[in-house]
Design a protein around this ligand. Structure first.
Ligand code: CA
Length: 366
């Protein structure tokens, strides 16, 4: 067992001990036998009931524990148990917890550039976002932003393209958006409000009753699998798509920098590889569950509707003028925006070729 642990460490740690200098080899082996027992706490921004999202943090914790033969344990706490869901960044920054799992766009009040870590209206799909983060320089730029918060960030799960939400009445054109009362947070809400929508920000549990009694006309949440659980289809018949404000919402794991630096290198590698796994498996989980949930919703009488083209066009123009405004007054935002925008243009051209022509031919139109 110790030999296996040693070989694993040598392989992933890149320390080149095999066949290397003898004295280093003798030093390293006893140190690995006494790899420390470490227990961390991870604060999630999400409730247990969102099993795909909350579950991504559990995927990470289980893998880290297995890779370290039980020595490094991370206990995952749902929103509100240790800290409220929207205080996860503060908690990791201050070291109240060593780790967090959250969506960085909750914290754009601290730095607007954090939106690029999650998603922006008319932004990247899940695949494009991963490509930008892992290979297109995005993660490096975002890590520089997170360094100000004493945090190291890892991509930690994606919802894929979300749905546009539940509407009590149909939208025929952009003029129908004026005066519509809709629950929609974040940048999507800012764009909607410039379209004349009366934007409401309600927590998950408050949406259903507001929709039911007509206090709001529409509400967005995530997609079929999560929306079904909240029962919106019972109080609003029209289910719009796509959720152009969240074409691939990416969650993040946050690690407190000091806690990270104190970890043995193999434990750091365990977190890194487990975060990759969580990032892939959350999207796969959604891609498996959403088709089934959509079938059930359609059987229950839900009417699918596509957003009218003029709504999408007006929204896209507003979104990009918002980005330009922000970039003109904020150098950090400008850096992220330029990298993201250039990546997006190239990715769109490429995805507009093989991916799109295949999708148009192969996928049924609802
Ligand atoms: Ca959403």
């Amino acid at each position: 067992m110790h030999r296996r642990a040693f070989l694993f460490s040598a392989a992933v740690g890149g320390v080149g001990l095999l066949g290397g200098c003898g004295s280093r080899k003798e030093e390293a082996a006893p140190a690995l036998i006494t790899q420390p027992r470490i227990q961390w706490r991870l604060a999630s921004s999400f409730p247990r009931g969102l099993d795909t999202i909350f579950g991504a943090a559990e995927v990470l914790a289980r893998r880290v524990e297995a890779l370290t033969e039980g020595r490094f344990q991370i206990r995952v706490y749902p929103a509100g148990e240790l800290v409220p869901g929207l205080q996860v960044l503060d908690a990791v920054q201050q070291g109240t917890v060593q780790m967090g799992h959250t969506a960085s766009y909750y914290f754009t009040g601290k730095n607007p550039a954090l939106a690029f870590d999650t998603t922006l209206p008319f932004g990247l799909t899940a695949r494009q976002h991963n490509a930008w983060l892992y290979y297109g320089g995005g993660l490096e730029l975002l890590r520089a932003v997170f360094a100000d918060f004493n945090v190291i960030n890892f991509p930690g799960g994606n919802t894929g393209a979300q749905m546009g939400g539940w509407f009590r009445r149909e939208i025929q054109s952009v003029s129908d958006m004026r005066g519509l009362k809709m629950r929609i947070p974040g940048l999507g809400g800012e764009v909607m409000s410039r379209l004349g929508v009366v934007v409401q920000v309600l927590a998950g549990g408050d949406i259903y009753p507001a929709l039911e009694r007509g206090a709001i006309d529409a509400a967005e949440w995530v997609g079929p699998y999560d929306d079904e659980k909240l029962g919106f289809h019972r109080v609003a018949r029209f289910y719009y798509y796509p959720g152009w404000w969240e074409p691939g919402a990416c969650l993040s794991f946050y690690v407190n920098r000091l806690a990270w630096e104190r970890l043995p290198r193999t434990y750091q590698q365990a977190i890194e590889v487990a975060a990759y796994e969580a990032n892939v498996s959350m999207l796969a989980h959604y891609d498996q569950q959403n088709p089934l949930a959509l079938e059930r919703l359609l059987k229950a009488g839900v009417q699918l509707r596509r957003f009218p083209a003029d709504v999408m066009e007006a929204a896209r123009q507003i979104a990009f003028s918002l980005y330009e405004e922000q970039a003109s007054r904020d150098g950090t935002y400008r850096k992220l925006y330029d990298s993201w925008r250039q990546f997006r243009e190239r990715a769109y051209r490429w995805f507009g070729t093989a991916e799109r022509s295949y999708a148009e031919f192969a996928f049924p139109t609802p």
